[in-house]
Design a protein around this ligand. Structure first.
Ligand code: 6GU
Length: 233
């Protein structure tokens, strides 16, 4: 999988050298290239933003540097790549979105700052390639960088080979539409707190049943809407 990131803060993504994703990059499973948007400006101040037409607070990112940067990545014609624009105005990012991104061979992330990117950038590239505006959730970040980091981490671990034991991917929150069950390890008693006895019973069927009950109970308590009935009791 190839990932390009256009940003005015390329060093934000230095942490992708670490941990599981760092290893996936070393082994060539995931290739990540960052691009400094300011490299695609031509004025002395390397300007990437300007005041909004129609007035209002804040600044808007100018279309020209974005056009040059994105053309340098996807070419100047149609592209097979997927362009992802992180935006609080986008569709919600879910585990399903992560699975869809993980199945792509080439994803380009366009990290906006300020009040966003001139709308014509999305309109222009929508005619040449698939474009998705994606939001992390109902709150506002200063820019797309942290959101893109989360998307890359969620999608990257679903790329085959990135997570060593694929079985560890299935029993997680959201993979089956429920929150995950609580986990315990040794010691069996810690600060007076005991591990639920069923987990020590060696009875796989009862363990599986207990874990499923825990998943349903947890989900009903904190995320009832995930159960589809929308009713907490
Ligand atoms: Cl994807 N971007 C920004 N700037 N803020 C957000 C977001 C994205 N998702 C939630 N808030």
């Amino acid at each position: 999988m190839r990932i390009d990131i256009v940003t005015i803060f390329p060093s934000f993504f230095d942490v992708l050298d670490l941990s599981l994703l760092g290893k996936a990059r070393q082994t060539g499973l995931i290739e990540v290239v960052t691009h400094d948007l300011r490299e695609f400006t031509h004025d002395r101040h390397r300007t990437v933003d300007d005041t909004p037409y129609g007035g209002g607070a804040g600044m808007v990112m100018k279309p020209e540097p974005w056009g040059e940067a994105l053309d340098s990545i996807v070419g100047d014609g149609d592209s097979e790549a997927l362009l992802v624009v992180p935006s609080p105005a986008g569709e919600p990012f879910t585990q399903e979105t992560a699975r869809e991104l993980a199945a792509e061979s080439h994803v380009v992330f366009a990290c906006g700052r300020y009040e966003g990117i001139d709308q014509r950038v999305v309109d222009h590239y929508s005619a040449r390639m698939r474009v998705r505006l994606i939001s992390l959730g109902d709150y506002v970040l200063n820019g797309g960088e942290v959101a893109v980091m989360a998307m890359i981490e969620a999608a990257g671990r679903l790329v085959p080979g990135v997570v060593g034991n694929p079985e560890s991917l299935v029993e997680e929150s959201h993979e089956d539409g429920l929150l995950e069950y609580p986990s315990y390890t040794k010691p069996a008693v810690w600060r007076g707190l005991e591990v639920p006895p069923v987990l020590l019973s060696g009875h796989h069927g009862r363990v599986a049943e207990w874990r499923h009950e825990q998943q349903v109970e947890r989900t009903r308590r904190v995320r009832p809407e995930l159960l589809g009935d929308g009713v907490a009791d």
